[in-house]
Design a protein around this ligand. Structure first.
Ligand code: FES
Length: 571
């Protein structure tokens, strides 16, 4: 069968000067017949030693290439900016949109007919999918997989323990030496965080969207089946290019609804809210913050995985992985069965026979760890455009709570004040942090799960209501209200909260209310002053163009799909 005419032919088929240049430079070390019109596959790699969770991606890329060659494609691996969650300052989220721009422009600018996205550490998934969605070529995701379970003194540990151990040291129940001893026991292998943090949540999201082959979300990073999946994905992207199966046929409204429900069923990260809204914005699929509540509210969390549950991603894979969860959703009529996936089959065809091997880790639907999982979207005069809370990671006794605000104007103010023995705070107080939203930080840092005052930890208090315009790590937990919009830096009501104000949270009623009169709030607004804008550089571009959390915090000029046509040839 004759090959369809791929876009790469515009580079490689000409017999003139331009064709000479394109083939001669790109063809070094390759037989000349590779430019016979076969599909060219880009392998978009976020490998970097500065992104340790993606440090095994060169090996994964080699397995993808095997599959591409075997299926008759021509693979070219290319790097894009890589953001390591643990090291990049002030926060990796500051660069998500920048990376998406890198991906979009490099995919469009090069002779690529289909692209394999190698995604791992938190932001490397949404940024690559956002960029690819704005180009709309055939694309498939290969995730890096989670690291092996941590082991410390015979106990299984994962990244959520970092928060716990840190509080234990402050509370005096763990020594500083024990804390240091646990450090190498946490990260024992390649891969992303071992809990259902943001990285694994986003791997779940892409599999539920239909953007990866089945089991992509949970095969451990060092399991040979991860490399088999990479090989098979390499084969499949060649077929997708031949079938002309672009991302827009996968990224439908149904696919997004499936992803939201899958997130609820696995107890996924609150960060998925922002990233999925941004991906939908690129794909041109209408999706709102309210959809997260409506669609996820009645989804029970059945994956007993940290931080919502007890087990780790490694256990989750052995128990059946995401296909087992999607099957349970389908059987409960909570899955759009007809949604198309990258392997050309419907999601239901992929999962309808998926076994569950361990019902302790992947619970039965009528024995969930939380009956109403998902993400609660709160509204009220403190968050007119919404805020989010993850009920499965919160303390049930705090889901309805009223308390006096203890206010921190920014993260530095919090750090200088939180352990002050004279701080007027008790277990019923509500910690309120401002200035950590998309524009305020800038970049919307993961500081919303602010640590509790040491003096309360020493009294045995382990959770308090915390409210901010920040995000929190997907591995964190607590009764934490996040993503308050509009944020304080643009004059949202959060900016007006003062010490001692009464704040009322009612998760069942989905309300977040500041009990201060409208007149008093108007008086405070008169006195409020907007923070100064950054002067120049990327920070200025970021602050001028980033949107609010409730719409995905994308740049206004990047929303939408611009396709893969090129205005002009280069030579
Ligand atoms: Fe990279 Fe958690 S820090 S996945």
């Amino acid at each position: 069968m004759a090959e369809r005419r791929f876009r790469s032919r515009a580079w490689f088929e000409k017999r003139d000067k331009d064709g000479f240049i394109h083939r001669s430079w790109m063809g070094r070390g390759l037989p000349r017949d590779v430019f016979d019109g076969r599909p060219v596959i880009g392998i978009c790699n976020t490998w970097s030693e500065l992104t340790p969770c993606n440090a095994h991606f060169r090996e994964i890329a080699e397995h993808v290439k095997r599959g591409v060659w075997e299926a008759g494609g021509l693979p070219f691996e290319f790097p894009v900016t890589s953001t390591g969650e643990t090291s990049v300052r002030p926060t990796a989220m500051l660069f998500r949109n920048l990376v998406s721009m890198d991906v979009e422009e490099m995919v469009r600018a090069n002779p690529i007919d289909g692209v394999v996205l190698l995604c791992g550490c938190d932001k490397t998934t949404p940024s690559l999918v956002m960029g690819a969605a704005s180009c709309d070529l055939p694309a498939i995701v290969v995730s890096g997989g989670a690291m092996l379970n941590g082991k410390y003194r015979g106990e299984t540990i994962g990244v959520s323990h970092v928060w716990k151990f840190s509080e234990d040291v402050k509370a005096g129940v763990m020594t500083a030496q024990e804390f240091m001893d646990a450090e190498p026991c946490m990260s024992r292998s390649s891969g992303v965080c071992a809990a259902m943090g943001t990285a694994s949540t986003m791997a779940v999201i892409v599999e539920a969207l239909g953007l990866s082959l089945p089991q992509n979300a949970a095969i451990p990073a060092v399991d040979s089946r991860r490399y088999t999946l990479a090989h098979e994905s390499g084969r499949r992207i060649v077929e997708m290019a031949r079938e002309d199966l672009p991302l827009s046929r996968i990224l439908t409204r149904q696919a997004f609804e499936n992803a939201i429900r899958a997130n609820g069923a696995v107890g996924g990260s609150t960060n998925a809210v922002i990233h999925l809204l941004a991906i939908a914005g690129r794909a041109g699929v209408p999706l709102t913050l309210g959809d997260w509540d409506t669609l996820g509210r009645d989804v029970p969390t059945i994956a007993d995985v940290m931080p919502s549950g007890r087990f780790m991603m490694e256990d989750f894979f052995y128990a059946g992985g995401l296909p087992a969860v999607l099957r349970a959703l389908g059987e409960a009529d909570l899955l759009h069965r007809d949604a198309l996936t990258v392997n050309g089959r419907t999601i239901w065809d992929n999962v309808k026979d998926a076994p569950t091997h361990n019902h302790e880790v992947i619970r039965r639907f009528d024995e969930p760890i939380v009956a109403h999982g998902g993400i609660a979207v709160l509204c009220g005069n403190l968050a007119p455009s919404g805020a989010v809370l993850k009920p499965s990671a919160a303390s049930p006794h705090l889901l309805r709570h009223r308390g006096r605000a203890v206010v921190f104007e920014n993260i530095e103010h919090y750090k200088t004040r939180i352990n002050d023995p004279d701080l007027d705070v008790d277990a019923d107080s509500v910690l309120v942090l401002k200035g950590c939203g998309p524009k305020g930080y800038p970049g919307m840092a993961e500081v919303g799960n602010m640590g509790l005052p040491a003096k309360l930890l020493q009294q045995g208090i382990t959770d308090m209501v915390r409210i901010s315009d920040a995000r929190m790590s997907g591995t964190a937990y607590g009764t934490v209200v996040l993503h308050v919009a509009p944020e304080a830096a643009v004059g949202g009501p959060l900016a007006l909260v003062e010490d001692g104000d009464l704040v009322a949270l009612d998760v069942d009623a989905r309300s977040l209310h500041l009990e201060v009169s409208d007149e008093e709030l108007a008086r405070r607004r008169q006195a409020w002053r907007a923070p100064a804008l950054p002067d120049g550089g990327y920070l200025q571009l970021f602050v001028e163009h980033v949107g609010q959390a409730d719409t995905g915090a994308d740049f206004d000029f990047l929303v939408g799909c611009r396709g893969h046509a090129i205005a002009r040839e280069s030579h």
